[in-house]
Design a protein around this ligand. Structure first.
Ligand SMILES: [Cu+2]
Length: 279
């Protein structure tokens, strides 16, 4: 994985990134101006009204016009920031979701200390999950006996998405509050137990990036790190096909796949002669 982090903002490969970065930059410059401005004013007051030989410190309230004008100017600028810079981005990211049929839809279930990533498979339907089915090999508690769940794919800490296509994530948590953070996508959303929170994003550059947990969620919070792959559509389809193939191979050994049940009786046949010794 390349390092995408430096002194300022990380690499931006998000369709929303330019607007978010602009807002961050404008706010930072504005804060520096305010900090330096108020700092200078503070120093001016310390010197101007200090006690010195022949002068008592002046503590009477001074009514200057200039600070009032400055305050009003700052207020107007802050309203401008909120209405014209911040709200349009908020609307794009939090309200104007793409239709699910035009997007790749993924469920992500956070837990201490991993990201469980759930794809609906070929049928486009997520199978039901049940807490009582959760174990080491089935961290999502996916009910494989349900028809919608048979083709569902899951990975741990490996999120694949296609480039230049909207992605909708339904974010959940199994235990404590985590925060799903894709720095290069400018995506950060808390995952809260008992809530399913939708987020969406669109990546515009392929590569291998990082998923981080941005909420101190326990003793091993630091290793709650996943890989975020932005693939070409072709590679994304290949990833899904490979996962589906390995799922078919796995379920071929079990009894979940109906196709695997057909050769089962012959397998029992050799057991019968052994049993007949006891008769
Ligand atoms: Cu976490």
């Amino acid at each position: 994985m390349e390092n995408h982090f430096g002194w300022w903002l990380p690499l931006n490969i998000s369709a929303h990134g330019a607007g978010i970065d602009k807002l961050i930059n404008v706010i930072h410059v504005f804060m520096v101006v305010l900090f330096v401005g108020w700092g200078l004013f503070f120093l001016y007051c310390l010197i101007r009204f200090r006690s010195r030989s022949g002068h008592k410190a002046n503590t009477t309230v001074q009514h200057f016009k200039l600070p009032v004008y400055l305050e009003v100017g700052i207020l107007i600028f802050e309203i401008f920031l909120l209405v014209f810079l911040s709200s349009p981005i908020w609307y794009d990211v939090k309200i104007a979701f793409p239709a699910e049929k035009d997007a790749v839809v993924v469920r992500i279930v956070a837990e201490q200390f991993a990201w469980n990533i759930h794809y609906p498979g070929k049928d486009g339907k997520f199978g039901p999950t049940k807490p009582e089915l959760m174990d080491g090999s089935n961290p999502l508690g996916l009910d494989r006996s349900h028809p919608d769940a048979k083709d569902d794919i899951f990975t741990i800490n490996n999120l694949h998405v296609p480039v230049n296509k909207p992605v909708i994530v339904h974010l959940m948590s199994k235990d404590v509050i985590h925060s799903f953070f894709l720095p290069v996508m400018r995506v950060k959303q808390d995952a809260i137990p008992g809530h399913e929170i939708p987020i969406w994003f669109e990546a515009n550059q392929t590569g291998e990036y990082e998923i981080a947990c941005a909420q101190l969620c326990g003793i091993s919070h630091f290793r709650m790190k996943g890989q975020f792959f932005v693939d070409t559509q072709e590679n994304f389809d290949k990833f899904l096909a490979e996962e589906a193939a390995s799922l078919a191979a796995e379920s071929g050994e079990g009894t979940v796949n109906p196709a695997a049940e057909a050769p089962a009786p012959p397998a029992e046949a050799p057991a019968n002669p052994e049993g007949s010794h006891h008769e």
